[in-house]
Design a binder for this molecule. Structure first.
Ligand code: GLU
Length: 270
């Protein structure tokens, strides 16, 4: 009798652990890191305080399908998203987070749900129209982004930086000491700070994914004509997280059945 009770208790314990692991917890929200300033992806309406965009809708759908009680959004930047994922403050990140070989060593990524290219925003008055106009300029980029590496690569491939070639791996690229042909990068914690620096004239250009730049393209500004380094955005989870495979399965399903395409069209991203 006693043995039966012990076995029943042990079984209940195992089931509780399994269920928490297999289907999310009905009593807890899925904690998701999202952008708050990227129109169409993750944007927080300052009047309603509501988040809107493709990544917001995908996060809500993931929470429902995975059996969570809802979704809890945390605004992240390129500089903060990985730290918050590593610390367990977030279960996953849907924040224009580019899948790279280097990043795959540290986090799990789903199949891409969107692809966007990198470009550069400039003040029209400065007369810079393509990559060649950036030689000798100071370019604002975000800390924790792929932007500087990709821009240096695109410029070197066009022969604009003499014999310089970017290192094979982005982790060997030192942004702060880069200075080929006088071209320099300055890193900022967020995008409004880069935009302000460009308005103040302390940087000459602002480089990141085109979708992110859209919010800062005011009347007197324009993109250069070059776009480069297509960025595949994926859902990031902690390396080895039990969520990784379940999120992957859902993203693959929604890519196949047209759900993601519909959302892309709904937010005018195509
Ligand atoms: N998507 C790029 C990256 O992951 C740009 C940075 C950002 O997402 O804010 O590095």
């Amino acid at each position: 009798m006693k043995l039966k009770r012990i076995m029943a208790a042990a079984f209940a314990g195992i089931m509780a652990v399994c269920c928490a692991g297999c289907s999310g917890s009905k009593s807890a929200p899925l904690k998701v890191g999202v952008k708050s300033d990227v129109i169409g992806f993750g944007f927080k309406d300052t009047v309603t305080n509501e988040y809107q965009g493709l990544e917001i809708e995908l996060a809500k759908k993931l929470a429902t399908e995975l059996g969570y009680s809802g979704v809890e959004f945390t605004a992240v930047t390129a500089a903060t998203r990985t730290e918050l994922l590593d610390s367990g403050d977030l279960d996953c990140v849907l924040a224009t987070f580019t899948i790279t070989e280097e990043r795959k060593k540290s986090w799990d990524f789903s199949t891409p749900y969107f692809t966007d290219a990198v470009t550069v925003l400039v003040e029209k008055a400065d007369g810079i129209s393509d990559l060649s106009g950036l030689v000798g300029k100071k370019i604002g980029v975000s800390t924790g982004s792929t932007s500087a590496y990709n821009l240096a690569k695109a410029m070197s491939e066009k022969g604009l930086l003499g014999d310089y070639k970017v290192p094979e791996s982005s982790k060997d690229f030192d942004i702060s000491s880069f200075g080929e042909k006088g071209t320099k990068f300055e890193q900022f914690a967020d995008y409004p700070a880069i935009s302000n620096a460009m308005a103040a004239g302390t940087v000459d250009a602002f480089c990141v994914d085109k979708s992110i730049l859209a919010a800062y393209k005011t009347e007197g500004r324009d993109y250069i004509t070059d776009t480069f380094a297509p960025q595949n955005y994926g859902v990031a989870t902690k390396k080895g997280s039990e969520l990784s495979a379940r999120i992957e399965e859902l993203i693959v399903k929604w890519k196949g059945d047209g759900t993601i395409d519909k959302l892309i069209a709904q937010f005018g991203l195509n």
